[in-house]
Design a binder for this molecule. Structure first.
Ligand SMILES: C[S@@+](CC[C@H](N)C(=O)[O-])C[C@H]1O[C@@H](n2cnc3c(N)ncnc32)[C@H](O)[C@@H]1O
Length: 330
């Protein structure tokens, strides 16, 4: 017999980010237990009018279990909604333990985790060819201590992309640990607050600046930090490179006057970006200085690099000249 108890990943908050399977189970359930403080009420709008809705925020584990068992014994179908993906920082294990004691079968339906939703909202890739191919999902210690080997500064040493959950209460410690682990201070940090909720806030900041941003915006709970060392990286995926052949595509020769230009000249005097990177970005349609700033490492803080490179000059004059030469807006 099919299980009648489902732990369903609710996604980050946008009801449309519930999986099709999750939505079907919600629409068929007799009892839906949902974490009211973590999932917007709109998620349970799919429920049948006769379905019973229970907000777990106000209940203990034993109380939600008792309600679940009562519905199950009456032959009903139960959905236990869990924020994001149930396997991450959720409480499925302890609920499953109680179900196992009663001999009740259950199924887990995955959900869109906050890190994926934040990456999509920022329109960024957390992996960048040759820069980082790894995403670490972690948190700062809170009331739940962290295993010593997973201290943030240890994980930061990998210099990989990193999604920091459950850490908005202490962004200063997060910054100190990320810097102690070796990330450069100008590394981009996406601050995503309540992604997918009506009150969503997205801020693209840096490691050195994001704690001030969190404080000034008064961000609490449901905030995720996405550390993006590959942000604006100049490499591109091999899979779609015209010079890279694979089973589905043979070699093609393409000429593009912009991309064929010599790329070895340094545009950015502090060494963060070269000419080819700028040209690729212009060719991809980033045709203003602001757009270029958003996708490359040029001037993360206006003109700051001029004071930090041996030439003492800012690269913006060269960047605007390139834009002018290739039809961009200056
Ligand atoms: C108890 S954990 C639950 C994580 C959840 N299982 C997931 O996969 O996203 C709660 C943390 O997830 C993050 N989070 C959950 N929903 C979020 C959202 N809509 N926007 C930003 N961060 C969110 C925040 O870091 C929050 O502190």
């Amino acid at each position: 017999m099919k299980p009648r108890v489902h732990f369903v990943g609710a996604g980050p908050g946008d009801p449309e980010l519930l999986t099709v399977k999750g939505a079907r189970l919600v629409s068929q359930a007799d009892l839906i237990i949902y974490p009211g403080s973590l999932t917007p009420r709109a998620l349970v709008d799919l429920a049948r009018p006769a379905a019973k809705l229970l907000d777990s925020a106000k209940l203990t584990l034993e109380e939600t279990h008792a309600a679940l068992m009562a519905a199950w014994r009456a032959g009903g179908r139960v959905v236990r909604l869990q924020a994001g993906d149930p396997s991450l920082y959720g409480a499925v294990a302890e609920q499953a333990e109680l179900l196992a004691k009663e001999g009740v079968e259950y199924e887990v339906v995955p959900g869109v985790t906050a890190a994926s939703a934040a990456a999509a909202a920022f329109k960024v890739s957390v992996t960048a060819p040759e820069t980082t191919q790894t995403l670490i999902l972690t948190r700062l210690a809170g009331r739940t201590p962290m295993p010593e080997t997973e201290a943030l500064r240890q994980l930061a040493r990998h210099q990989a992309s990193l999604a920091l959950y459950l850490s908005v209460a202490d962004p200063e410690t997060a910054r100190a640990e990320l810097l102690a682990g070796g990330y450069p201070p100008h590394t981009r940090v996406g601050v995503a607050h309540r992604v997918g909720w009506p009150e969503e806030e997205l801020h693209l900041s840096t490691i050195e600046d994001f704690p001030d941003l969190v404080r000034s915006r008064n961000l609490t709970r449901q905030t995720l930090f996405l550390v993006l060392p590959g942000y604006g990286a100049k490499t591109r995926s091999k899979l779609y490179d015209p010079d890279f052949t694979h089973g589905s595509r043979g070699r093609r020769i393409q000429h593009n006057p912009i991309l064929d230009a010599p790329g070895d000249t340094l545009v950015c005097y502090c060494g963060k970006v070269d000419k080819k990177t700028i040209l690729h970005a212009i060719a991809a349609g980033h045709d203003t200085v602001d757009k270029l700033k958003a996708v490359t490492n040029i001037c993360p803080k206006d003109n700051d690099c001029a004071t930090n490179n041996p030439h003492g000059r800012c690269c913006m004059a060269e960047v605007t000249a390139l834009l002018r030469a290739h039809g961009g807006l200056v």
